[in-house]
Design a protein around this ligand. Sequence first.
Ligand code: NAD
Ligand code: UDP
Length: 316
Amino acid sequence: MKRILVTGGAGFLGSHLCDVLVEQGHDVICLDNYFTGAKSNVTHLMDHDNFELMRWDVIDPMKVEVDEIYNLACPASPVHYQHNPIKTIKTSVMGAINVLGLAKRINARVFQASTSEVYGDPAVHPQSEDYWGNVNPVGIRSCYDEGKRCAETLFFDYHRQNGVDIRVVRIFNTYGPRMNPDDGRVVSNFIVQALRGEPITIYGDGTQTRSFCYADDLVRGFVKFMEQEEIIGPMNLGNPGEFTMLELAEHVLDLVGVKTEIAFKPLPSDDPKQRRPDITLAQKHLGWKPTVPLREGLERTIRYFEKHIKELNPAF
Ligand code: NAD
Ligand code: UDP
């Protein structure tokens, strides 16, 4: 069994990853500054002897002795990463330098949660790993996109220059239970709005597309990728099913069983028009593909939010 550090472990994806690693019997240290994550995402793990929590900010160097590091610390929702863009880019870049420095010193394998945002507003569709992207370096999304691109560069330079054992995945839009109701990303917004009977907010005309992966599928891919020796990435992980935001809204309204208005809002600048992963590499090297179709994943997420919103708001 390994000792494993998960940065951003109290966040949406990090907490699901901690679940899997603790379940496998590993000794897991969950590091988080709770900017967008919450202790409540991992309180159910606190009784396990092989789990511990560490309040820390990845922009400061950390000292732990582990065999593996998963680096997930970074706000992922545009609303949150644009709240303090300088902090966001520091988190990506200094966080990468700190986990890579640690991995180099203690000879640990280190995983980077990169993103489909490295492809920007893509001119190639679907996106495969050899596409270099179309990213605005000075826009409102740049703190996240360029921070993650720079982190990838650091990972590959630490690998080439210092032989650090890296794994880099590019995650496409992923959703599921434990997303923060105030997260601001589209799936949680639509579900919370539908459950509250509020208008569904569509930015732009709703014809932009995204491909949505269910969290359990993604995390299974993380662990498979980390466990194999063949390939270091970058590797796309995501669900190739592609939907417009209008289609997503229809599915959510249908599954929640309500008819609310649609409120069209301005499209934020640099919002990518289309996005779909080419997952050939993951299929070939990991034998991985997503198994949870959109409607099933939405149903499970809706059930979680129903419970969560009632807990947060007894009048609901
Ligand atoms: P999230 O916001 O729920 O999780 C991020 C976690 O990192 C939170 O717990 C937050 O408190 C923590 N964090 C933020 N800044 C930190 C800092 N400076 N020091 C320590 N902890 C810090 O988001 P998520 O969806 O779980 O995303 C996890 C990772 O996956 C992120 O790196 C994100 O960029 C990446 N990713 C996610 C998606 C997705 O669709 N969910 C897509 C692409 C990439
Ligand atoms: N979006 C929307 N309504 C919302 C939130 C988001 O129409 O309430 C749109 C957003 O403009 C984008 C897509 O949904 O085109 C996905 O947005 P999200 O913030 O989830 O992720 P990202 O843009 O980073 O892929």
